[in-house]
Design a protein around this ligand. Structure first.
Ligand SMILES: NC(=O)c1ccc[n+]([C@@H]2O[C@H](COP(=O)([O-])OP(=O)(O)OC[C@H]3O[C@@H](n4cnc5c(N)ncnc54)[C@H](O)[C@@H]3O)[C@@H](O)[C@H]2O)c1
Length: 389
């Protein structure tokens, strides 16, 4: 199977590329190095040092004997995408190549426009190119659990059955995203449903939870890490807490800390993506997975990081609550369904309680880098103050 990984240089892309190549798939990656550039602009960097993609590909080939191909380019450039798909004709695409930071999208109008235009532009370019040259290929597109928001009812996997004024239908579940980034993913979802409807493209729309972890089987086996962001714009809350614990400053929970989200490990995330590729949708099918294993509140995350950090580093770790820079409910109901991947055969192999010590150890090995970039951790991007220029 020839698989194109759009966004191969990213956190998930690099780990997935090694996994698929390891399992004998023919992998070709695309990337514009957008994330590297934007992270540097906020004065930060990946905490785990990563070399250039060329070097990582070379090292992987030397150590594994397997080659991963690469085509540099911007998915949001329609000519590039058409040419790429026409030349390479993959059997499947994993589309990860989007602006993926909610805070970045809320800095101001420039970043909001960039997020919406770039994300929707890349996806629409891809489905047009697929329709033209690879209409039978499978698109596995990364959306986010954040598309649903936090409604006061259970969240189904994409669709729900509804009775209204005496009639019955199966409809897309209403979305209630919390940033321009999350809305860009909702718009992608709508566009993918339409591409499926008019052209019958085979699509898996993955509503992915927050991914954590620094290691997968291949990262450990070949010793080539993937990126790890921890600044206020590009890092996840858990990554920030682990970094704060390592450099000995309080863990900063936003607001009351009862915000609850779905999580899964990087190892399990790429396992799910590979499973989705191996068991594609039927011809003409559009399907949605909620891809996460457990849900945690921010307060549960800070308690866990503080407890494990105290044990590993041998000193007290404080947790402080600061004004929430985001506009979000910080106390809410949360019960999303997540059965479809298990029905396909997925069995979770990790959980955060097992992984947290590894993450803390890897972060602590790079403590000097964390200290160098520590000014980037506290929030400066405030949703209500998003600037109008
Ligand atoms: N990591 C998570 O916790 C998480 C959770 C839910 C959803 N997702 C989604 O999964 C995908 C991958 O996430 P990630 O954490 O690996 O992000 P990442 O930023 O580390 O990786 C994305 C990669 O795509 C590249 N890219 C971005 N725009 C591009 C473009 N227009 N053309 C070519 N390359 C481009 C970037 O340079 C980067 O290497 C994203 O779409 C993200 O929204 C991630």
């Amino acid at each position: 199977m020839k698989v194109a990984i759009l966004g191969i240089d990213g956190y998930i892309g690099w780990a997935l590329a090694m996994r698929l190549a390891e399992h004998g798939k023919n992998v070709i990656g695309v990337d514009s190095f957008y994330t590297r550039k934007r992270v540097k602009e906020v004065g930060s960097d990946s905490l785990l040092p990563i070399t250039t993609l060329d070097e990582r590909l070379k090292t992987f080939e030397e150590r594994s004997g397997k080659k991963i191909e690469f085509a540099g380019g911007d998915v949001n450039d329609p000519d590039f995408m058409l040419e790429f798909v026409k030349k390479e004709r993959p059997d499947a695409y994993v589309h990860l190549a989007e602006q993926r930071s909610a805070p970045y999208s809320m800095i101001g109008l420039t970043q909001a426009r960039e997020t919406l235009i770039q994300n929707m532009g890349g996806t629409i370019n891809l489905v047009y190119a697929m329709k033209e040259y690879t209409p039978d290929a499978h698109l596995l597109k990364l959306g986010t659990m954040g598309e649903y928001g936090t409604p006061n009812i259970d969240i189904p996997e994409g669709f729900f059955e509804i009775d209204y004024k005496g009639r019955h239908d199966r409809l897309p579940f209403p979305k209630s995203a919390g940033s321009w980034y999350h809305w860009s993913k909702v718009h992608d979802t709508n566009n993918l449903m339409f591409a499926n409807k008019v052209w019958g493209l085979k699509i898996t729309d993955v509503m992915q939870g927050v991914v954590y972890g620094t290691r997968t089987k291949e990262i450990t086996k070949y010793g080539i890490p993937t990126r790890f962001d921890f600044d206020e714009v590009w890092g996840t809350a858990l990554n920030r807490f682990c970094t704060q614990a390592s450099i000995g400053i309080p863990l900063t929970a936003y607001g009351k800390g009862e915000q609850r989200r779905g999580y899964l490990s990087l190892e399990d995330s790429i396992t799910c993506l590979e499973l989705g590729l191996d068991k594609p949708p039927k011809t003409g099918e559009y399907r949605v997975y909620n891809q996460f294993d457990e849900h945690y509140s921010i307060n549960e995350l800070t308690a866990l990081v503080a407890e494990r950090g105290e044990k590993i580093f041998g000193r007290h770790i404080d947790v402080s609550h600061i004004d929430n820079p985001r506009v979000e409910q910080d106390q809410h109901y949360y019960n999303p369904e997540h059965m479809k991947l298990k029905e396909l055969g997925y069995k979770p192999s990790r959980n955060l309680y097992e992984d947290i010590d590894e993450i803390l150890a890897d972060v602590n090995d790079n403590r000097e880098r964390a200290l160098k970039y520590r000014d980037c951790i506290m929030p400066k991007t405030v949703w209500r103050k998003s600037i109008s220029k």
